[in-house]
Each structure stands twice: as structure tokens, then as C-alpha cells.
Design a protein around this ligand. Sequence first.
Ligand code: BG6
Length: 475
Amino acid sequence: MSKQTITIPDDFILGAAASAWQTEGWSGKKAGQDSYLDAWYKNDRHVWHNGYGPAVATDFINRYKEDVALMKAAGLTHYRTSINWARFLTDYENVVVDEDYAAYYDRLIDELQAQGIEPMLCLEHYELPAALLEKYDGWGSKKVVELYVRYAEKVFERYASKVTRWFTFNEPIVVQTRVYLDALRWPYEQNTDKWMQWNHHKNLATAKVVKLFRDKGYSGTVGTILNPEVTYPRSSAPHDVKAAEIYDLFFNRVFLDPAIKGEYPAELLALLAKHQVRWEYDDEELSLIAGNRVDEVGINLYYPHRVKAPSRAWNPETPFHPAFYYEHFDLPGRRMNKSRGWEIQPRIIYDMAMRLKNEYDNIPWFVAENGMGIEDEAQFKNAEGQIQDDYRITFIGEHLHQALKARADGANCQGYMLWAFTDNVSPMNAFKNRYGLIEIDLENQRQRRMKKSAHWYRQLRDTHQLTINIDDEEK
Ligand code: BG6
């Protein structure tokens, strides 16, 4: 091991992320404004860890001023959150803006900017209005694509003069994969056709919103935030390599390619046809996707994905699942975050960066989420009650190092954003795994306290120097 100090470029984002539904809480929410998450929580509360969910979350909607002050104290240059579509409107069909909620966003944006923190806003972090899921089957319907674009139009009309960095979705693959592919989340329905239809409509929605933003002549950029899983084959044997390539097609390239290259991979289309996955698309939609590629991508990276060729048969009576072509593989001797059950491998950042550089035109991108969720963090409090999260400092340092190394090697990496700014509510896991620089004390009226890592993050911003221990082989 040796110590190394790396300079962080002046224009490098050192931020943190969150979303509306995971922080704001339902205070002020009107009847009929449930999002998909709210409906899931109401219908299926028992699967949410200790019963916590979006109802109160961190009560950010009432405490944003206190939190923005903490963002400043922790040295954030940027803060990324979402606007909750389900709450931004009171009538989704006629796009009637909820003036109370919209005014809160005006105040939040103004407060962030007054404190020198740049807001980055995402139009959907799973917050599909529940009413549109019920009436139109959500993203399965072209009508919902149209209503989403009209919602985006209202948001831009209101805030595009103040906010210049926009994102269409956060992790657009997640909801339909958990619901329609794996049937692990409410409303539990294994339906591969719907899965692909949702994917396609979200790709189409991104292209339409990019077009809208450009046609209206707003200044700024529109990107999307994806969660490609850096996938390594168990071995270099052709069957393992093929398993990894197919995994990559179904879970990564299905969004990366349309967003950045403007087209679906031919190999993916061939596999969908081979397995009779039915989804509706036409040439006009494909040319919209081709003509309206994103300006940048945010990439959420937490852990490596490892696969091997499958050794078991697929039951032909269940709908096609891409796992026909792969099985998960656990690397013996891997480093683990035991709370989350995820392998720790900072190299995923560098490998993704090189892929974007070499295969995706070196598009501008940044790490939009990366972080470490830890259970029972109160056990790490010192006598003064501050969580001594040295494990998080090491984790961030190692991953940030890979981002800086990639940038030095020519990757167009614009920055690093931690998930998350404060501890917050995750789907199902709720407050089980704590991710924040700031502790939310659920036992004491959600009191906020800076963890050791928040002070360390501040010092990164102040000095623009990252000092870490590096393995000799890493250098
Ligand atoms: C990310 C999501 O992938 O993972 C967040 O964008 C989520 O919304 C985060 O909260 C952590 O999830 P979990 O289940 O580990 O708490």
C-alpha cells in the first residue's frame, strides 16, 4: 500500500443525489396524487422494511432549508433530485399544475442557488402517477408517453430559465424489470412483452423530451440517468463470454444504445423476435429516437455484475426471461458490503468510463450515483454521537479515484455524485441501509447530523485533493 494525492479538476462535480419520493414525504399531497411508489406502499406495506416508506421519508419538503444548509456545509457543488410528476400536476390529462407544489420547487431551486449549489433535475425517478398506471397500464401505453411529454413541457416552462441540466429518467429499466420480468414488486406480473414495451416507451419519451427542449430553444442540456451493470464473464470461455454479452444487451444496451447511438442493437432485436417478445413500435418512433440523442448521461454504478453460462434448463411454460442465457456468478474471495450483499469493485467506474469513451463516442457523462448502504449505522457513533463512517470514506475515495484516473486517461467524465445526500427511503429497503453523508435519526424527530464522511467530503471540495491508499498493483 502507498499513499497518493490526486488533484481534482476545478470543474469536476462533487455532488450528491436523491429523489423527490425518497425524501419529500406526503405533506401537502392532494387526493389523487399518488405515484406508483405511493400506491405500492399503500397496497403492500408489509414488504417495506419496518413499515417506513414514502409517507414521511425525510420530510424534506418541510425541512429543505435546513438540508440545503447542510449541503453547503458538506461542500456539495451540485445536488440532483427529481420532480414528482404525480404531485406536480393535479390533472394529468389536462396538465394542470399544482401551484403549491410548483412554488415549493421555485423556493428549493432559489435556495440551492443562493447557497452556491447547482440543481440538476430529473423528470421521473419512478414517480409515474398511480392513476396513469391504473387507467392506461402506465408506460405500456403510448398515451402515457404523450402525457409525460406534456408534463415535461410544463416543467420546462416553469423552471428552464433557472435550471440548465435536465434528465428524463433515473434508472428507467428498474420498475418494469422488478415488476414485469422478475415479478418481485407490486403488482407482481411476469410479462416480458410489457417489460419491453415499457423499455421502448421510455426510450421514445426521452427522445421526445430531448426534441421538445431543443425545439423550444432552451439553453442547457437534456440527458438521462442509467444504471448499466458493468458485467464480467466468469471466464474467457466462449460460453461465459456469450452469457455476459447477452446480459449486457438485455439490461444495459437496451437503454444505452437508443439514448447515445439513437438505435437498438440489432442483436437485441433478433433475440426478442426469436423469443416472440411482442412490443409495438414503428419506423416513425425509431427515427425520432435516431434523431434526438441525449446530450449527456448520468451513470449509476454500485457493484460489478458477474455471470456465467447457465447450467440449468428454463421452464418453457413461463414467459421468456433473459436468464435463459446466463446465471449469476459470485467471485470467490470478493470484497463485500455485507449489509447490502453487493461486491465492492471500484474498477467498475474505470471500465464503464473506457466503454463510454471507446464505444459511445466519448459522450459527456458523470457518476450519477455510487454509494455504500450500511445497516445499523448507529453502532459506529463516537462519544459525541457522530457516526464514524470510515468505511464510506474509503469506498468513496476508491471509486472517485477510478473516475479521476479515467478522466486523466481521456474519458469525458464530468464528476461524481454520491448516493445519497442524507439517509433516505429506498424501495422496500426503506431506511434499512443508510447511504447518507448526513444521518437521519428516526428515533429523534428525524434530526440531521453530519457523519464523519460529510466533513471529509467538505475537505475534498475545499482542497481539491483526494488522498488515498493505493495497492501497488493499482498504480
Ligand atoms: C439506486 C436507486 O439504484 O439504489 C435509488 O436509484 C435507491 O433510488 C438506491 O435508493 C439504493 O437502494 P437500496 O435498495 O440499496 O437501499
